[in-house]
Design a protein around this ligand. Structure first.
Ligand SMILES: Nc1ncnc2c1ncn2[C@@H]1O[C@H](COP(=O)(O)OP(=O)(O)OP(=O)(O)O)[C@@H](O)[C@H]1O
Length: 224
């Protein structure tokens, strides 16, 4: 179980507001954070990853406490078992696809998982190529493989497919479903696309102005 109690004062377009969320996410759950621009969705992911410090609250993942303001406890990002994929491709340009993946593995670890993931993302034939010759969808597949290589407890996806065309988006959505079914890691997806949320997530939270305005099945949610 992941327990998130986050309080953070943010600067919004219309002035300051407080992001305040209290969520329990089951192990292996695929949850989407949906909502208007500026609602605080990315900030939630950044606090979970350790890139933004909450003003107050608690982050507990299984038996580990990653953040607890009352005890001054703050686990740095590199100690949190997290994989991330963002909208912008973040591959190393001077490394091949294979090397980009190998770089994410601890020294001396078996490279079997690289081969397994290259097959899963259907890029075995391009493993020796540098990222600049890949399409956007191929780059995001490598970024996804890199994010899950260490089998993190939590996978954070921040609009990972928004720069892709409809066809590639559909393919990557299928791949995300396959990855989730195979590895079962708790997954938090930020998306502006309700259809995408409904295809992928079993639970959806609507974030509006820093608070959760809906928490339930994506299929039961209707735009007002
Ligand atoms: N470190 C920070 N301190 C104060 N305010 C911040 C900080 N980081 C972001 N903000 C502000 O918090 C608000 C929410 O930003 P955030 O990126 O979390 O929203 P979002 O819901 O992900 O939006 P979008 O869908 O446009 O990506 C924005 O107005 C942003 O300017």
């Amino acid at each position: 179980m992941i327990h998130l109690q986050l309080k953070k004062n943010l600067s919004g377009a219309d002035g300051p507001f407080t992001l305040e969320v209290d969520l329990a996410i089951a192990k292996g759950e695929f949850m989407a954070l949906y909502g208007p621009s500026g609602a605080g969705k990315t900030s939630v992911l950044r606090m979970l990853a350790g890139f933004m410090r909450p003003d107050a609250g608690l982050i507990r993942v299984g038996n580990e406490t990653w953040f607890q303001s009352s005890k001054g406890l703050y686990l740095p990002p590199q100690k949190r078992s997290i994989g991330m994929v963002f909208q912008a491709y973040s591959l190393f340009p001077n490394m091949s696809v294979y090397e980009n993946l190998a770089f994410a593995l601890p020294k001396g670890a078996s490279t079997d998982s690289i081969r397994e993931l290259l097959a899963l993302i259907e890029l075995e034939g391009l493993q020796d190529k540098r990222p600049h010759i890949l399409s956007g969808g191929q780059k995001q597949r490598v970024a996804l493989a890199r994010a899950i290589l260490r089998k993190p407890d939590i996978l954070l996806l921040d609009e990972p497919l928004s720069a892709l065309d409809t066809k590639m988006r559909g393919k990557l959505q299928d791949m995300l479903r396959t990855v989730h079914a195979r590895y079962g890691m708790s997954t938090l997806l930020v998306s502006h696309d309700l259809l995408e949320v409904q295809r992928l997530a079993s639970r959806m939270c609507l974030l509006e102005g820093g608070s959760i305005a809906y928490d339930g099945a994506p299929g039961d949610f209707h735009l007002g």
